[in-house]
Ligand binder design. Sequence first.
Ligand SMILES: [Zn+2]
Length: 421
Amino acid sequence: MAFGPDSRTDLDRFTATLDASARIGPGRPGGLSRLALSDADREMRDLFVDWCKGAGLQVTVDACGNIFARRSGQDDALPPVLCGSHLDTQINGGRFDGIAGVLAALEVVRTLNALGHVTRRPLEIVNWTNEEGARFSPPMSASGCFVGAYDTDWVHALRDDDGCRFGDELARIGYLGDTPCAPRDIDAYFELHIEQGPVLDAEGAEMGVVTGGYPSHGMRVSFAGRTAHTGPTPMDERRNALAAGARWLTMADDIGWAYAAQDGKASAARLVAWPNKAGILSDHAEAVCDVRHPDTTTAKVMAERLRRAAVEAAAHCGCEYRIEDEWHWGGDIFDAGLITSIRQQAERLGVRHRDLPSQAGHDAYFLARHCPTAMIFTPCKDGITHNNEEFCTPESFGAGLDVLLHAVVERADRPAPLQSP
Ligand SMILES: [Zn+2]
């Protein structure tokens, strides 16, 4: 049977592949704790590479550990169509998240292999390293490097809570590749991901066409104080960095509440302090917050309030502060042509679909800076995610997989550009 308008992916094969992944790096019951560059990440990567080789793909690994698995096209000189997501998880992560997106890309390739269809352009599957940022902050660090937003050396120098370097951990698990992690010609990037929100599930939609990302701003701030005895030190002489960090976090939470009616959000996400012991005031704290809002200008206003809150929190506690890192993503970043193609394929295949923005960050946000990019969302039960109770039925992927197959092939098979003589 040749590839045609009615071709379908194999949901049983996809489900079996997803189930195999769900056994690597178990976390709380039903979930995964497969942190980037851990032993479990290595085990998953090894299995993924085996699958890719079994599908006849040529596997390369870049200097940030991103894995690319290439299927030749009829014209191998044309830039590839890239499709994937990430295999790492949060510390209390689910077994679907970005994993479904990488394995969906593999399912597209397996389907084309079974049908004997060679696309005009090459196809590449990608697994991006450290999308979650659960172990090494910031998230999406390796896709950011791929599009030139970060330097490889900067990514390699990131440290986890135990002081382990990203670059050393990459080498330790055998995924410090020799291909540079740097921008190269990509025809288009597709990413399928579970929605991580309740909209599709609540409406009984089979698939979401992602129109863009909520504009988001995040920052990591350090506070410097002075250690002192918790007893005799007078209040006006205290420089408690832990209190400054905690104050900033609660101020961030208040900013989120101030915009909640318009679906604005702020996350007080992380606080570490040293020495963080009873009996002594901490002289160091580091905290991470982010804000997001559907409106770009309002998101910027929220970010400015977050920045001012850091200054106020430091001043109130007699501490100094420094913004260590700042990031921003989202907006109307996805390609109108690819969005239309996904929508048309969904309609043609009779899939119940709706448009919606993404509220979480994704590697696709960085790729959108580099090449035409689009995302497909699939439903997840009650929108529960970054939790071991994250759940998707096998059937919930069927529509997204088929639409992905046809959108990828449409893109990869379109005529080659005219050449000047
Ligand atoms: Zn994800």
